[in-house]
Design a protein around this ligand. Structure first.
Ligand code: ADE
Length: 232
């Protein structure tokens, strides 16, 4: 086992889906995978391995924020030889055309966190998603009749910002939406030479101040899961 994941070598598949919420990981395992085994309960951050259309896939909760995701992504790649990390999550829109329920594929992830500033001694690293996974996800979405938004997102260190208009500066530069993990995911994938992609559904909008009702979240979540599992 690693420090935070109570699994044995071989328990975790080469491809891991990473929702922020560990109970979402359980829901995905229960509803989308077959022959499921739970390999991690440490800190309640559930991890499961099963099969999707005969292919072995794992799903591991990441927790919220860059530091938490960094721990799980680091250990998955270093201790369990994972080769493909696919984050599935929600985001808040910065653009009027990015509407509630839409799907956002994160081509790149800007941040207001200092994690990479520290890592690169004040210089800027540009964390980008895997081109192959972006291509695969866009193709699958189009097959399903979905037009995903593909572009830059913001991975924020702050959910409750002191400045309510903070998002407008990012929006001006074309950033599509905000979440809290992808900069770390793409940076760790680059460091260790593995593939990573973030697929998001829009759960709220900073433009319109609206949020998605709970029952709608389920439906759009299913579309995002199908895209993620097909490229897994
Ligand atoms: N995830 C979903 N909506 C969000 C928001 N408004 N800010 C940060 N992360 C989010």
């Amino acid at each position: 086992m690693s420090v935070h994941i109570g699994a044995k070598q071989g328990d975790i598949a080469e491809t891991v889906l990473m929702p922020g919420d560990p109970l979402r990981a359980k829901y995905i395992a229960d509803n989308f995978l077959e022959d499921v085994v739970c390999y991690n309960k440490v800190r309640g951050m559930y991890g499961y391995t099963g099969t999707y259309k005969g292919k072995r896939v794992s799903v591991q909760g990441s927790g919220m924020g860059l530091p938490s995701l960094s721990i799980y992504a680091h250990e998955l790649v270093n201790e369990f030889m994972v080769k493909k990390l696919i984050r599935v999550g929600s985001c808040g829109s910065f653009q009027p055309e990015v509407e509630l329920r839409d799907i956002v594929i994160a081509q790149a992830a800007s941040t207001n966190s200092s994690i990479n500033k520290n890592r690169f001694k004040g210089m800027d690293f540009a964390p980008v998603g895997s081109f192959d996974l972006i291509m695969g996800a866009v193709a699958k979405a189009m097959d399903m009749g979905i037009n995903p938004h593909v572009g830059n997102i913001l991975s924020s260190d702050v959910f409750y910002d002191d400045e309510p208009e903070f998002w407008k500066q990012w929006a001006k530069y074309g950033v599509l939406a905000v979440e809290m993990e992808t900069t770390a995911l793409y940076t760790i994938a680059a460091k260790f030479g593995v593939q990573a992609l973030t697929i998001l559904t829009v759960s709220d909008s900073l433009v319109t101040q609206q949020g998605l009702p709970a029952e709608d979240r389920e439906k759009t979540f299913t579309q995002m899961m199908e895209i993620a599992l097909e490229i897994a």
